[in-house]
Design a protein around this ligand. Structure first.
Ligand code: SF4
Ligand code: SF4
Length: 102
């Protein structure tokens, strides 16, 4: 779960826009759906870390997802989603989307 938008281009020129809506879906492996990006090593590591349900995921009194190691979360968590295909894994609307930069 990444919470901030970024203006940094990934290697394919995609720039992430939007904001995490803290649904927590991307921290629950059993809620992720297969997608084309599962062939990607970064995504495979992300899925391995989460397992079926990441033990660091908690929900606050407003049912918003929080990470109990937020500032020390795994490198893969800082950047997810990193490209449009990663959104295919989220079984629900993610708050992020991507635009292509020349
Ligand atoms: S699926 Fe998207 S909106 Fe939901 S917690 Fe993950 S990054 Fe945030
Ligand atoms: S470490 Fe935190 S951000 Fe990463 S999957 Fe677990 S709860 Fe989500």
């Amino acid at each position: 779960m990444s919470q901030k938008a970024t203006t940094k281009k990934n290697k394919d020129g995609w720039v992430r826009r939007g904001k995490c809506r803290r649904c927590g879906i991307c921290c629950q492996g059993d809620k992720l759906t297969p997608g084309p990006s599962q062939d990607d090593k970064y995504i495979q590591e992300f899925i391995r870390i989460i397992g079926t349900d990441c033990p660091h995921l908690v929900f606050n009194s407003e049912n918003k997802a929080e990470c109990d190691i937020y500032l020390n979360r795994y490198p893969e968590c800082w950047v997810f989603p990193n490209k449009p295909e990663d959104l295919d894994l989220v079984n629900g609307p993610c708050g992020f989307y991507f635009v292509k930069k020349p």
